[in-house]
Design a protein around this ligand. Structure first.
Ligand SMILES: *[C@@H]1O[C@H](CO)[C@@H](O)[C@H](O)[C@H]1NC(C)=O
Ligand SMILES: CC(=O)N[C@H]1CO[C@H](CO)[C@@H](O)[C@@H]1O
Length: 576
């Protein structure tokens, strides 16, 4: 097993995650199997209880693990399926060591950060790196480890020490370190001092950089590279230039153009890993497809406007996977994406009286969009605005995708305005609602008392029902009989209403194994009015967009036919 550690200096939030996942993706193009581990030096044990306002979205894995959004980055770029063990937090590792201590595993010795905690970190990394993460079911060849935060923080100290020891445990040819730094431009001059200081800090902790990835607004000048190489004691070929590019999907190609893979191959002796001709071919195809995808970005002639009606629209990170899924899908449909952010409350009548302008602007966006999406979320605020947006989409024949809450609000809308259930609502918003008005109900198997960890989480199957071959969503899924997607919810559509809703055309085309729980609905006689109880955004991949999103973009851009005919497949050969 080879390990590539990606650490950061100077400041956080300079794109370590993108660099790490791009590196992993490039290693895959050599035919290698890659995996990744994210180390988060904070005390939280899981991300399920963290506020999306502070932390961006909560990302859900196949196994139901709730993580922060970085693991999503890896899954999307590297096309892998990770588990909750692929994230290590300070809280997790401490609680692991403490529980071992309680069991008497340390034989009554004094338990210390060094060696007990640092050993536990290293054991964890070695164990988790071996978990197969793709269809092949085989152990990966390379593991990318991203160390969150910045080196030198109090928080990251035990992890830095563990990694220092780890390089000796696994051997020099199996361990390399990429340090991400920042080169600010001041009065037109590229400043290298912060990088020099960061590397000095790193070395003082016993870690030597094999590559220094410099984030900079502009391309690094040759003298800047020379200077960094000289003052940081590395060769110029070890300094990579990661300047701002049009889209992060170009980063792998930017790294490739600087011969990063040549350096890593030599440094990690990657040619010693035996690969079949098939593996190599798969790698080459992957690179060709990636180039095809990245090449179309920005060159698309057509554009598509999607109104995203949500709740934290000023905090866009809370919808990161949704945005990524929309991006993946529009690249595949060869169209340019424009997201119109709409705060759901702005669509409500109260806003009309309080702030006319806001109200009109919000409705202007909704009414001019080519498609509307209402993503998942919790709580009452904004729900009436979302219901109005769903109504607009249904009545105006505008493509609509509802996810989780987006499915529930659309069903409430339909029940109120088509079935005539006045004041129909969700038991989540109005706990005292009489039963006959409950369109959305609490799932019976969920324990109401105990918050946190009481949701229906992770990968579950959805079965397309008999006689649903007409459904566009089924066709977009490739006419399969069932699909597996990731869930995160506590409420569901009231099963007692299914028959009445279907009579009027809102068909529950996909259901769970009991046949009573709605997983996908699609409205008959509408270009694309689809909603899912599950969260398809969690499994979208850069080269393999999530199907419900793909359907939305294709419908909104008017290219559903060519999509279903397979005209948009990425080319797996270099000749285009
Ligand atoms: C991603 O991985 C899955 C499962 O390992 C595979 O079936 C699929 O073809 C891959 N997608 C791409 C675009 O390589
Ligand atoms: C942040 C995160 O994903 N935490 C999960 C990591 O893995 C443990 C179990 O090993 C889970 O309990 C956490 O939910």
């Amino acid at each position: 097993m080879k390990y590539v550690v990606v650490s950061g200096g100077v400041i956080s939030g300079i794109g370590k995650g993108v660099l790490a996942s791009s590196t992993g993706m490039l290693l895959k193009t050599l035919g290698l199997k890659t995996t990744s581990i994210k180390i988060d030096p904070y005390m939280n044990i899981d991300a399920g209880t963290m506020s999306p306002l502070e932390h961006g979205e909560c990302f859900v894995l196949d196994d139901g693990g709730e993580t922060d959004l970085d693991l999503g980055n890896y899954e999307r770029y590297m096309n892998v399926t990770l588990t909750k063990d692929h994230n290590i937090t300070t809280g997790k590792i401490y609680s692991y060591v403490i529980s071992k201590e309680r069991k008497g595993d340390y034989l009554g010795k004094t338990v210390q950060i060094v060696p007990h905690l640092t050993n536990a970190i290293q054991d964890w990394i070695e164990r988790v790196a071996r978990i197969p993460v793709d269809d092949s079911g085989m152990e990966p060849d390379v593991c990318i480890i991203e160390l969150g935060g910045t080196v030198g923080d109090i928080e990251s100290a035990p992890f830095v020490e563990a990694l220092r020891q780890f390089q000796f445990r696994v051997g020099k040819e199996n361990f390399c370190l990429i340090h991400v730094s920042l080169v600010p431009v001041i009065h037109g001059e590229q400043k290298t001092k912060p990088t020099q200081a960061a590397i000095k800090d790193l070395r003082s902790l016993g870690l030597n950089p094999d590559m220094i990835a410099c984030r900079c607004a502009k391309e690094l000048d040759q003298p800047t590279i020379q200077k960094i190489a000289m003052f940081c004691h590395v060769g110029p070929d070890q300094v990579v230039n990661v300047h701002d590019v049009e889209t992060t999907y170009h980063i792998p190609l930017l790294l490739l153009s600087q011969n990063m893979m040549d350096y890593l191959s030599k440094r990690l002796q990657l040619e010693d890993i035996s690969l079949g001709a098939e593996d190599k071919q798969r790698g080459e195809q992957l690179l060709a497809k990636w180039k095809d995808m990245a090449g179309t970005f920005g060159h698309a002639e057509q554009s598509v406007k999607i109104a995203l009606v949500g709740k934290y629209t000023n905090l866009r990170d809370s919808y990161l996977s949704v945005i990524k899924s929309l991006e993946h899908s529009s690249m595949k449909c060869r169209t340019k994406l424009e997201i119109l952010w709409v705060e759901a409350t702005d669509l409500e009548v109260e806003t009309q009286t309080a702030d006319k302008n806001k109200f009109h602007q919000a409705w202007e966006k909704v009414s001019t969009a080519d498609g509307i999406i209402v993503p998942g979320g919790f709580g009452t605020r904004g729900s009436e605005g979302m219901i109005l947006a769903a109504k607009w989409a249904r009545e105006s024949n505008v493509p609509y995708l509802g996810i989780c809450l987006g499915l529930q609000v659309a069903t409430i809308e339909f029940a109120r305005n088509v079935l005539g259930i006045k004041d129909g609502n969700s038991a989540e918003f109005l706990p005292e609602l009489p039963e006959e008005k409950q369109i959305v109900v609490y799932m019976p198997e969920i324990d109401k008392e105990n918050m946190g960890g009481t949701m229906r989480l992770g990968l579950r199957p959805t079965y397309f029902q008999e006689g649903t071959e007409w459904a566009t969503i089924r066709k977009v899924y490739g006419n399969s009989d069932s699909v597996e997607e990731r869930h995160r919810h506590r409420y569901e559509i009231n099963p007692a209403l299914i028959e009445r809703l279907e009579e009027k055309g809102l068909c529950f085309v996909g259901r769970d194994e009991t046949g009573n729980r709605c997983e996908i609905f699609e409205l008959k006689d509408h270009p694309y009015y689809v909603a899912t109880q599950y969260h398809p955004e969690y499994t979208s991949k850069v080269l393999g967009p999530s199907k419900p999103f793909l359907g939305l973009i294709a419908a909104a851009a008017g290219v559903m036919e060519p999509l279903l005919e397979g005209q948009f497949e990425y080319k797996g050969t270099a000749d285009f």
